[in-house]
Design a protein. Sequence first.
Length: 319
Amino acid sequence: MSLEPIIIVHGGAWAIPDSLADGSVRGVQVAAKAGYDVLRIGRSAVDAVEVAIMSMEDDPVFDAGVGSVLNADGEVEMDAVIMNGSNLKSGAVACVQNIKNPISLARAVMEKTDHTLIVGKGANRFAQEVGAVVLPTDQLVTKTARKEWEELMKFRTTVTTLFSQRYPPTDHVNQGHDTVGVVALDTQGNIAFGTSTGGITAKRPGRVGDSPIIGAGGYADNMTGGVSTTGHGESIAKVCLASHINHLMERGMDPQTASETALSFMAVRVQGSGGVVVLNNCGNPGKYFTTERMAWAWIKDDILHYGLNPGEDFSENVH
Ligand code: ASP
């Protein structure tokens, strides 16, 4: 039996400035359409997730691939993950540099190795083995990322004081930064998710956030549904946000209520903010964020829904 496919996409939950607002909304729409076209011709949820994430990794507006933010040393270090809900196989890379599309490398980890996560130099060596597209770092760094890094570092005395000045422990609102994520359900009823990020500006070199960690940065299981998360990585990891949502859906909660319940729990329990996009295995979507803004889009039955500010839900026909 062939099901109606659906794809849902986010472009990061944080205080997105007006200068990036239109670009972020456009970027998630383009990504959702690219992934939806893949699903409509009967290809897999994993293919759709990879295509949609690549579209946002190639878009300099987002903190993933080209446009990744810079760590305290002024370098790019990216994390990405993908998971196949039909067999719970997953693959992830962390702290990779010079890779054009970390999501494709994560997929290669899932499909070509017995591992779930490969980091740093080992991941770059693996990239060579599988022929991943490699770029000189300066082609991944945008003027915006460099400027933001320079501004932050101007006030830096130590990374610790920098972090506590800009991101007081009880206020993580600005810390999420245009990470991208996708969940898809294909015509065969298979669910997949992917998340890709450059992390947070001026992070310690070697810092890995929630994104490549299964259960935190996302989860996919055909038995329940799929989730991709964004926001303050350390908070998300502490509450295993994606698993939390999946468990709520397993107990019968709908995706929207599960998203709101889990993010409220994270706010109360660890004072963290963020956002999620969710599908259950019946093809119902949910999305929610506790930051100022999150660009999101989903498509089903050829209708595109999208928004950026709380409460927004615009729609239009895509064909
Ligand atoms: N969760 C990501 C991280 O902490 C950041 C984000 O979602 O924007 O690395």
